[in-house]
Write a protein that binds this ligand. Structure first.
Ligand SMILES: Nc1ncnc2c1ncn2[C@@H]1O[C@H](COP(=O)(O)OP(=O)(O)OP(=O)(O)O)[C@@H](O)[C@H]1O
Ligand SMILES: [Mg+2]
Length: 302
């Protein structure tokens, strides 16, 4: 049985198509990434799957349970972590876990066992008496993740779990996600970060409510039909703007401190670029061909 199966699942807000009809099949055991810019529809997909909003068209099944016909049944399988902070800041770490276990009707010995497991898993044990509002950003996310796991869900829906979290905590959170995944939990996460997309077993690129591409990261990169060159230049912004205006390259983008250009016929286009930069007094420090990254593919799709 599929973990998630959608059939022309769509959502409209008045005339705005937040999600165009989507067919999705996710196997148990996948880590599936929903990637896309602000307003792409990532949260909409997650909320539809979590049976928190109703589709305008089509349907979704979670382990066979239809989210419209049997939302309660579908939700039993789901752990959900929303994009906004949902913990109770005035409650302590353990009180928050306690609250969520009551909410999900995890009681008695099962509750005790689960609280101990999750405290150990999240490494929040030493902080169990601390108010949630006084935790660091990374610890808040770990607690929110633990709360989402209290009822041992088979499917975890995470809406930007690492946004606003420092790099070290991000790495720790990913370690936890892999632990959960190794236990057999299917994970779907929305992320604006391309390096996180690379860690997924499959990615769907969303833009303006539409899935532009859905595949394994390695297949996506292997399917790229252009060459990627990485340039180090002195006046990065100016070089980028000149290049974007000139339309010499198929695409140009700023990646950290570098310029990435996508070329169809490198020999010709590199000569054109060199001339353009020379005319405008831009000094190129280095230039080399590199393997396309997921971010390059994303740039080319936008
Ligand atoms: N309740 C709502 N009423 C009206 N429009 C909405 C509502 N919720 C979302 N939208 C719109 O639907 C579109 C998709 O929004 P969604 O929140 O799914 O995007 P997102 O990819 O999660 O973006 P972000 O990265 O900002 O979280 C956006 O244009 C948004 O403004
Ligand atoms: Mg969102």
């Amino acid at each position: 049985m599929l973990a998630v199966e959608t059939n022309k699942l769509g959502k409209k807000y008045k005339s705005l198509e937040a999600l165009k009809p989507l067919d999705l099949a996710i196997e148990p055991g996948e880590i599936f990434g929903l990637v896309g810019p602000d307003g792409a529809g990532k949260t909409t997909v997650i909320k539809l799957l979590a049976a928190l909003i109703r589709p305008s068209s089509g349907s979704a099944k979670i382990f066979g349970q239809d989210t419209s016909k049997d939302p309660e049944g579908a939700r039993r399988y789901i752990g959900y972590m929303s994009q906004s902070f949902v913990l109770y800041p005035e409650l302590t770490v353990s009180e928050n876990l306690d609250f969520f276990s009551d909410l999900y009707q995890v009681t008695g010995d099962e509750k005790k066992k689960r609280m101990v497991e999750l405290m150990a898993f999240s490494r929040l044990g030493p902080f169990k008496g601390r108010l949630a509002g006084k935790l660091s950003g990374g610890m808040k996310q770990k607690l929110a993740l633990s709360c989402a796991l209290i009822h041992t869900p088979k499917l975890l829906l995470l809406d930007e779990p690492t946004t606003g979290v420092d790099p070290i905590s991000r790495r720790e959170l990913w370690k936890l996600l892999y632990e959960i995944w190794k236990q057999g939990v299917t994970i779907i996460l929305a992320t604006p970060y391309m390096d996180e997309a690379e860690r997924c077993s499959r990615i769907a690129f969303l833009n303006k409510g539409q899935v532009l591409l859905c595949d394994k990261p390695e297949n996506i990169k292997a399917g790229v039909g252009f060459k990627v060159y990485q340039l180090e230049v002195l006046e990065l912004q100016k070089a980028y703007e000149l290049l974007a205006k000139s339309q010499i390259a198929r695409n140009a983008g700023l990646f950290g401190g570098h310029l990435h250009v996508h070329l169809d016929k490198p020999e010709q286009e590199l000569a054109g670029m060199a001339a353009l930069f020379r005319q405008n007094g831009i000094k190129v420090i280095s230039q080399k061909q590199i393997e396309p990254s997921i971010e390059d593919v994303f740039l080319s799709l936008m």
